[in-house]
Write a protein that binds this ligand. Structure first.
Ligand code: NAD
Length: 356
């Protein structure tokens, strides 16, 4: 088993170091190789995703990724910006299924922006299609309008599109994930307005017939946004397209209290995956040793479960994280009166200790 370790920029290096510490403490036999990505790679090699980094990722069973980006790169041409590295990895590794669990730990219910009773015990999984939709559809661009409300004026346009195989494969991923959980899938669309999402709904319904043990319901995206903040515990698995998933998964993230707690996984058809925290490189706190490493440590647990076939080891990490929270240890982002404030490395050490 081989893991490509890509820490990236900002707090990426600090949090990935803690996840690596935890992985090493498990006493499993895997090889880990580190490479530069994002702004760090741009500084060293003039590109955010150098050929050698991409090759390492493609030849590994899994990629453990920190975060990329810094405001100082905002003026670079778009293809050279750090964030392009993630898009490049998704594209070249064929990562089409993004898993974003939103779990509210009982110890952190008061950190949520919602009332504790609405989020206590929350455990939902948002599955976002990653390679299609309006983000990648062609044609796109700017032009002078020949029709519409203002012919002759400048306009910009994008194309929303999904093919049947794209919808089928993400639907299968969702139904199979639901089978390991509460056996409920909510497919989120905008079928009342968009042709693309009427098609999405039809195809998901067809695929659902192959999973009679899983309950399927459909919800318009505007209602889903409302229900996520009104009664989030009603959901089990939510499956949706690239753009709706982008937005809903960030909203779901906030239900849990801190973005520093949220892991994510992006998988291809071979179960090769990229595992990263849901947050960015947090330049505002980088280098201070205060970033929460738990999202990255929990991403490493997802990596063990989904790509490295080590579910027991994954469970050991998740239980250890639960224990350190019960011990009252908190990085500043989740700190509250009566708990113990710790830094990034202390949190990582505590998880290692709790592994037993
Ligand atoms: P961000 O997620 O980096 O930070 C948002 C806020 O959350 C900040 O106040 C930050 O301090 C805090 N935060 C984030 N992670 C934390 C952690 N582990 N512990 C404690 N606090 C944490 O988002 P941003 O500020 O909008 O973006 C900063 C940079 O990150 C930008 O360059 C952006 O493009 C990039 N970015 C990268 C990714 C990625 O690598 N996948 C994702 C989002 C943003």
């Amino acid at each position: 088993m081989k893991i490509a370790v890509l820490p990236g920029d900002g707090i990426g290096t600090e949090i990935v170091a803690e996840a690596v510490k935890v992985l090493k403490a498990l006493d499993l036999s895997f090889e880990m190789e580190t490479a530069l990505v994002g702004g760090a790679a741009y500084e060293a090699h003039g590109h955010p995703l150098p050929e050698a980094t991409l090759k390492l990722a493609q030849q590994s069973d899994a990629v453990l990724f920190g975060a990329v980006g810094d405001w100082k790169y905002d003026k670079l041409d778009r293809p050279l910006r750090p964030e392009q590295a993630i898009l490049g990895l998704r594209k070249h590794m064929g990562l089409f299924a993004n898993f974003r669990p939103a779990i509210c730990y009982s110890q952190l219910v008061h950190a949520s922006s919602l009332k504790p009773e609405l989020v206590a015990g929350l455990d939902i999984l948002i599955i976002r299609e990653l390679t299609g939709d309006i983000y990648f559809g062609q044609p796109r661009g700017r032009r002078i309008a020949v029709d519409g409300h203002f012919p002759g004026s400048e306009e910009a346009f994008d194309t929303m599109r999904y093919s049947r195989p794209e919808i089928e494969r993400i639907a299968h991923v969702a139904f199979q994930a639901a089978r390991k959980r509460d056996k409920r899938v909510t497919s989120v669309d905008k079928a009342n307005v968009l042709e693309t999402f009427q098609f999405w709904k039809d195809v998901v319904t067809e695929v659902g017939k192959e999973y009679p043990d899983v309950a399927l319901d459909h919800m318009y995206v505007d209602n889903a946004a409302m229900q996520l903040v009104k009664a989030p515990k009603k959901f089990d698995v939510v499956v949706t397209g690239n753009m709706f998933g982008d937005i809903l998964s960030d909203a779901a993230a906030m239900l849990t209290g801190s973005i520093g707690m949220l892991p994510s996984a992006s998988l291809n058809t071979k179960n090769q995956g990229l595992y990263e925290p849901s947050h960015g490189s947090a330049p505002d706190i980088a280098g201070q040793g205060v970033a929460n490493p738990l999202a990255t440590i929990l991403s490493a647990a997802m990596m063990l479960r989904f790509s490295l076939n080590q579910p027991e080891a994954a469970k050991r990490i998740e239980t250890a994280v639960d224990q350190v929270l019960s011990q009252g240890l908190r990085t500043p982002d989740i700190f509250s009166e009566g708990t113990t404030r710790v830094g990034t490395a202390q949190m990582g050490d505590a998880v290692v200790k709790a592994l037993g």
